[in-house]
Design a protein around this ligand. Structure first.
Ligand code: FPP
Length: 241
């Protein structure tokens, strides 16, 4: 029996980990685990919507993941493409907005074209923002923001205008997550307890929840345990109350 969850986080983010170990433990190759992970993605999206979570972001592929064997990388890209094609009608039916955040220059052209179509098609949907972090890393995100600020300064100088003052609000707006509130809760599966270059700026005051459950096994009851844990946290943001 679970206690009543009164404080639902606005933005939940998940570092989906453990697909490879799950597959190996069953004598299969790693892609088998990633395939199974898609079912967990569907279950998590469904449950997030049911619980009234407004933003769900999923760390699907890090910049560092490009260093994995070609077969696994291309298998993962195919899997993402298939998942977006298959779930396209679901986004319309359940009022879900799809957003992809990451270095698009590294992604296959056909995947980028597909994603841009679906992003445009779902832009007005407002029950849940499903944000797939693809070819993403926190340091890349911060560097991008710094480069944008550099350009702003150069433009201001060229036009004889004052240099814009850099404060937290301005910098936050230059990140690729502009417009998306910072995650209230980050869940990481598979027993690893680290942030792995994920949302480094945005996670400054995020509550962290680690579970031993491997991503392909992660279901509603596991999601509930994370929400329950969040519900019992006292967030003070560095203040006394
Ligand atoms: C981490 O497990 C998982 C990934 C790198 C890929 C996650 C991708 C999916 C679940 C597929 C589809 C996603 C969407 C959004 C449709 P790992 O391979 O690092 O596992 P290990 O630590 O056990 O090796």
């Amino acid at each position: 029996m679970t206690s009543e969850i009164t404080n639902i986080p606005t933005h939940v983010s998940i570092i989906m980990d453990g697909n490879g170990r799950w597959a190996c433990s069953k004598g299969h190759d790693r892609l088998f685990g990633h395939n199974a992970g898609v079912e967990s993605v569907k279950a998590a999206v469904e449950y997030a919507r049911e619980k009234g979570i407004r933003y769900l972001s999923l760390f699907a592929f890090s910049e560092e993941n490009w260093g994995r064997p070609d077969e696994e990388v291309s298998g993962l890209m195919d899997l993402m493409t298939k998942a977006v094609v298959n779930e396209r009608p679901t986004f319309a039916k359940y009022d879900i907005r799809l957003r992809i955040i990451g270095n698009r220059e590294q992604l296959p052209d056909d995947l980028v074209a597909l994603v841009e179509e679906v992003e445009a098609e779902t832009i007005s949907n407002s029950s849940l923002d499903l944000i797939i972090m693809l070819s993403y890393s926190g340091r890349w995100d911060i560097l991008e923001a710094a480069r944008r600020y550099g350009k702003m300064c150069a433009n201001a100088t060229n036009e004889g205008l004052p240099i814009p003052f850099l404060d937290q609000d301005l910098f936050t707006g230059l990140l690729n997550t502009d417009g998306i509130p910072d995650p209230d809760l980050i869940i990481r599966t598979s027993g690893e307890q680290r942030i792995s270059n994920y949302m480094l700026w945005q996670a400054a005051y995020t509550e962290l929840y680690f579970t031993e459950v491997l991503w392909p096994d992660f279901r509603k009851n596991d999601f509930d345990k994370a929400l329950e844990s969040f519900n019992n946290r006292q967030r003070r943001f560095g203040k006394l109350k």
